[in-house]
Design a protein around this ligand. Structure first.
Ligand code: 3HC
Length: 295
């Protein structure tokens, strides 16, 4: 598909990443359908886009007219046919579980036009394996955004074993037209490039605290002030979602071995559903005060 022929983008999943990707696409002038499995999820995603656009306009990072225009271009839907029936590109951002994503690709093939490209926002899972349950492995690749998509510049464009070069070219051109910088990842390995580096950092930070060698705040200040990263490891885990990081680690542990064994501190947070900013609590408290450390 010629990149200039892309008008309509369907985003599957209205969570942290899905709503952010839909927002970025709408800001770039595309008509966007954003789909989730029930009204509550899709409405929640829509409200987050509204909040984000308002923030950007308040800070003069975009004009009020651009914010209003972008919101008008997003159609929140639950019906799959309404979501992808006219789509040129389908970007999937459903939870980071192989089975859930495979079910989506089995369903979506019957509803999307045959020429539509499928791009998965998976953080770590095999693009090749996902593409093989779809009806179009050549028109299938990874398009991995970072959280929050509206602020993060990088997009990893990942080639599966069957991905056609033309598909990669189109998706790179799409990333550029969204104002992002695409980096082509030629090997479909667990965690690709960024998460292969970043997620072990989060995990090691958790092991340090688990061993009582330092506090969360001590680790975070070191990461921020010594390593010069914009956020501490625990702040970043709260930003991306502790469950997201944990599922990436679980997969990397399964595929790559012991070096990626998830720390129980992360598992406990997932179990108690203290997942970070999106649930109001994670390693820090976002509901009461400005983020005191939660042991
Ligand atoms: N839309 C609009 N505004 C937003 C926003 C969004 N989505 N998210 C946060 N903001 C607002 C905040 O509410 C805050 O507003 P306030 O000033 O009114 O309180 C403001 O932005 C903060 O922005 P600043 O520019 O003042 O703050 P920073 O300079 O700290 O920038 C940041 C924020 C860009 C998020 C920066 O901290 C950063 O780059 N952090 C690292 C993020 C990162 O590494 N992400 C990648 C994670 S890995 C990943 O996603 C992969 C996955 O597969 C696991």
């Amino acid at each position: 598909m010629d990149p200039d022929d892309i008008d309509r983008i369907a985003v599957l999943g209205a969570g942290n990443m899905g709503h952010g990707i839909a927002e970025v696409a709408a800001l770039a002038g595309y008509d966007v359908t954003m789909r989730d499995i029930n009204e509550e999820f899709v409405q929640n995603g829509y409200e987050q886009i509204e909040w984000s656009l308002e923030k950007l306009a308040e800070k003069d990072q975009i004009s009020q007219a651009d914010a209003d225009g972008a919101l008008d271009r997003v159609t929140p839907v639950v019906d799959l046919d309404a979501a992808v029936g006219d789509a040129d590109v389908v970007i999937e951002a459903v939870p980071e579980k192989m089975d859930i994503k495979k079910d989506v690709y089995r369903d979506v093939a019957d509803h999307a036009p045959p020429e539509a490209i499928f791009a998965t926002n998976t953080s770590s899972l095999s693009v090749t394996e996902l593409s093989e349950v779809s009806d179009r492995p050549e028109q299938f690749c990874g398009m991995h955004f970072f959280n929050p998509p509206v602020r993060m510049q990088l997009v990893e464009v990942i080639s599966g074993a069957h991905t056609a070069d033309g598909t990669l070219d189109t998706i790179e051109a799409l990333a550029e037209s969204l104002g992002k910088t695409p980096v082509r990842v030629r090997k479909d390995s667990p965690g690709f490039i960024v998460n292969r580096v970043l997620v072990p950092l989060m995990n090691e930070a958790a092991w340090i605290v688990e061993a009582d060698d330092a506090t969360i705040e001590e680790v975070d200040s070191t990461t921020k002030y010594d390593l010069g990263l914009p956020m501490g490891s625990f702040e970043l885990a709260d930003q991306v979602g502790i469950d997201v990081g944990y599922h990436v680690l679980e997969y990397m542990y399964q595929e790559l071995g012991d070096a990626y064994r998830p720390c129980p501190l992360l598992a406990n947070k997932v179990e108690t559903e203290e997942l970070g900013k999106k649930t109001g609590r994670g390693f820090y408290d976002y509901e009461n005060g400005d983020g005191a450390q939660i042991p």
